[in-house]
Design a protein around this ligand. Sequence first.
Ligand SMILES: [Fe+2]
Length: 484
Amino acid sequence: MRTNLRGGNEDPGFELFFKTNLEEYTDFPIEFENPLPNWLKGTLIRYGMRSVTIRYDPLRSVTIRYDPLRSVTIRYVPLLHEDGVTPDFSEVEKIEALTRGIDNMNVNIYRFERNESKYDYVVLNDFWKAYTIDPLSLETKSSVTAKVPYIKETSPRFGFLNLLSSAHPLPEEGTSSHLTFLSSVSLVPLVKSTISLVRIHSLHQRELIAKWNVDTVPYMHSFSVTSNFAVLFASPFYVNTLKMVKNAEPFESLDWHGDQPTTVYIVNLKTKELTTLETENMFAMHHVNAFELGNHIVVDVSSYPNPDFVGNLQIDILLDPARRNGFDPHALLKRYVIDMESGLVERTHFDSPINVPFSANLDMPVINENYRHKEYCYTYGIVLKHDNMSLSNIALVKKNMCGDTTKDRSWILKGHYPVEPWFVQRLGSVQEDDGFLFVPIIDGKNQRSYIAMLDAKSMELVNKAYLPTIVPYNLHGRFFEDIV
Ligand SMILES: [Fe+2]
């Protein structure tokens, strides 16, 4: 790996990703340079790393402010933060924070059906708790901690931290439900921790599908669902309960075991039967998609040899050119084929072609959601440091998962910094990649943000609209076609 030691002169404006922006605009019209297709209607909501957020705490009726990227934090109510807070909590505040749970729901946005054609819009992190928001004003409405489905009203509620879940629930095929998991960390010696697979009927109504004991709770950010199965890859990145209680910093309380295999949990959604298998040692933040082929389950993930890159995603490192260019941020797309008869897990990895020599290194994968649970061909994502020199050289990438790498494409513009795209299929089209990618991009030289629209077939930029203010780094988003 080569390191760029020339400093940050080559990437003006990259630091805007990580700068606080308090400007707000409501119903501000933006103008695309070219006419938009007349079938295109909807609302794109991005959610992510806002440097300062104001939240209302319903328990104490006070306003709190926090900084999820670890700069100065002003605290009024102790709430758990993924990477801790500055200054540190007192011992009493740590217990309060563990009891109250997480606060920074800055990772993803979903909606759960409330009743016919009515939805609750939720913002999520890797936790059981969620915030509901108004999808038009983006105003935070309430903090919701759904009842844990296996705890009876009369059961004691102490002894477990029912905290960890997924920022990426997945729709259940043929239903209006979603699926997620809940990890319950035991605080009682000799009592096992558990992982549960849970059906989300609605924001408040959850159903237990399966629950199993584990010796240690793995950190899992996402998982996979096919027509009949949920597949969880439990990499050996385990919650250290003592550290968790001592420090009240979830992400700082994880231990990586590079010598242990990844445990694969497969739950049959119909019979609720659990199958436990093993595969290689690896770490994956994002599953791409999964589907069934006869007795086989095919699972595609953006994998890493270990979770070290996560530790480098700190604001002091990201703002320092030498440090940010000095670590390897590259994932590798891998395919795991699980034979449900023999229990064998066969692993292959995807290759990059000469014309896009980094296409298999993408993370933040998105697909045409109409192909969720199905055989599919295309995933889109980003590759940081595509030139192996500078982290800020970010490529938008299209990867053909069906074999012909000559169909891989990328979009790169020096000094322009994209984040995860979102795919919208052309109305009425039956071709998987016939549609557009929408992606916020910072134009570093001009110190402006714009929404780019790329033709997903060619990955050419076909339209863009400059925004009235800078959009700092944001992780995930979603296009809601019926919000207009
Ligand atoms: Fe994610």
